[in-house]
Design a protein around this ligand. Structure first.
Ligand code: ZN
Length: 249
């Protein structure tokens, strides 16, 4: 769909040109302003002769190209090459909505579920034992590159004071071969495709009135995960605000 392409362009501009507006599929003034911040787009747009949509997409293509992906010709038209480059940028390993977890990731608890390694670019400790320092943790091999990009961007976008204030230094776990709390189906943790932060201040049943990561200053953190295609149960369902997962709800 046409507006989906603009949404994807906005995600790229958020990552590559500090776009802070909504992901709404509307190439409005904020999207356009972000597009102009991408060096090179002004020559392409021939002094503003292109319509806004084309400039926004061209800027997004430049972001893709600079991230090492090939979006095809930088022409402001979102074609199949741009689609492919976007999928690669976002983490081609991530499944689409409705896909069976076991079909995508193999059996829960298999070796692949812990074959990925994510290095933590800030000082992290175990949430329930702050003498245990976490310099890296294991996750499913298919989601590790995406999780690593998210951790690196979160580290770059926050000061250490902010990291601690948000509780992002408190590791609540990733791989854990168990069923969902209060249910019989397997948790996303059983595949190594979910990560928990600061469980004590984001209790399972707490909503946005109580959970720490529901506050406004955590939005940037969640947006970085969402850029990678991950889902916050808090932002989607208003519970389990400690949790982010590599598959849709
Ligand atoms: Zn969780």
């Amino acid at each position: 769909m046409y507006s989906d392409r603009i949404k994807n362009a906005q995600r790229l501009l958020r990552a590559g040109a500090n776009y802070r507006g909504a992901i709404d599929g509307d190439a409005g003034p904020q999207s356009l302003a972000a597009a102009w911040r991408v060096t090179g787009v002004e020559q392409l747009a021939i002094a503003g002769e292109w319509p806004a949509v084309r400039r926004v997409i061209a800027a997004a293509q430049l972001v893709l190209e600079r991230a090492g992906h090939d979006p095809g010709r930088i022409d402001g038209f979102w074609g199949p090459s741009t689609d492919t480059a976007f999928a690669a940028w976002r983490g081609a390993a991530l499944p689409v909505r409705g896909m069976d977890k076991a079909a995508r990731f193999g059996p829960a608890g298999s070796a692949a579920c812990t074959a990925g390694i994510v290095r933590v670019p800030w000082r992290m400790v175990l949430a329930w034992d702050d003498t245990q320092v976490i310099t890296s943790f294991r996750c499913h091999e298919l989601v590790a590159p995406s999780a690593q990009r998210a951790f690196d961007r979160i580290g770059a976008a926050h000061s250490l004071v902010q990291i601690r204030d948000l509780g992002l230094h408190l590791f609540g776990g990733c791989f854990n071969h168990r069923t969902m709390r209060g249910g019989s189906s397997l948790s996303t943790h059983a595949y190594g495709i979910a990560i928990d932060f600061d469980p004590a201040r984001n209790r399972l049943r707490w909503g946005r009135d109580q959970a720490r990561l529901a506050q406004q200053d955590a939005v940037r953190f969640w947006e970085i995960w969402e850029d990678e295609g991950w889902t916050s149960l808090g932002r989607e369902k208003d519970f389990d605000w400690m949790h982010v997962q590599a598959v849709p709800v």
